[in-house]
Design a protein around this ligand. Structure first.
Ligand code: ADE
Length: 224
């Protein structure tokens, strides 16, 4: 899978993708990630990428030209399945969307800033708008990191134990059951006996029941 991220703050994105699983996904050739600096495409002599908004009001707006030129360059080179804009007024990201996006070949992710981007970019160039939650970040970069991480871990071969993505919370609309590791007792805190029993049928039943209990209590909306 190829992901192109468009940003005015490329450094913000470099760290999260140069560690651990995201780094390994790139080394294994399962993820091709390109981070593009929108400013490099500005035709303004001062490399400006924003301007005051028409009609007045506080806050700068990102201009069309550098973003449109960069998107045009990329779409000339290959077909993209989605051109996504990260924005607090987009559709709230859910596991279902992560699953769908993980099957795509090429996607572009645009990170917004300032007061927003010129609406005509959204109207004419963007195919999908995603929010990572009902709160406002200073820019789309951290949201883009969240989106990419949630997608890339679903690409077959990225996680060592492939079943581990299938047993994630949310994959079956249930939260995950609690997990434990050694020691079996710590300061009097005990691991549930059933997990030490070696009876895998009982263990599966216990996990299912705990997942259901936890979902009912914490996220009853998932069960509707
Ligand atoms: N940009 C600013 N806030 C955001 C959010 N909550 N989700 C996605 N992009 C954003």
């Amino acid at each position: 899978m190829r992901i192109d991220i468009l940003t005015i703050l490329p450094k913000l994105l470099e760290g999260p993708f140069s560690e651990s699983i995201m780094k390994r996904a790139q080394e294994k050739g399962l993820l091709e990630l390109y981070i593009h600096n929108i400013r490099d495409y500005s035709k303004n002599k001062h490399k400006k990428v924003d301007d005051e908004q028409y009609g007045g009001g506080a806050g700068m707006v990102m201009t069309i030209q550098p973003i449109a030129d960069l998107i045009e360059k990329l779409t000339h080179e290959r077909d993209y399945d989605e051109i996504i804009f990260m924005t607090p007024d987009g559709e709230i990201l859910e596991q279902k969307t992560c699953n769908e996006l993980s099957t795509k070949k090429n996607i572009i992710i645009l990170c917004g800033h300032y007061k927003g981007i010129d609406e005509r970019i959204r109207e004419h160039l963007i195919t999908k708008e995603i929010s990572i939650g009902s709160y406002v970040l200073t820019g789309g970069e951290l949201a883009a990191c969240v989106l990419v991480d949630s997608i890339v871990r679903l690409i077959p071969g990225v996680l060592n134990d492939e079943t581990s993505a299938l047993t994630d919370s949310f994959q079956d609309n249930l939260l995950s059951p609690p997990v434990y590791t050694r020691p079996a007792e710590y300061n009097g805190w005990k691991v549930p006996n059933v997990l030490l029993s070696g009876n895998f049928k009982k263990i599966d039943e216990w996990r299912e029941q705990k997942a259901l209990e936890r979902t009912k209590k914490r996220r009853p909306d998932l069960l509707k």
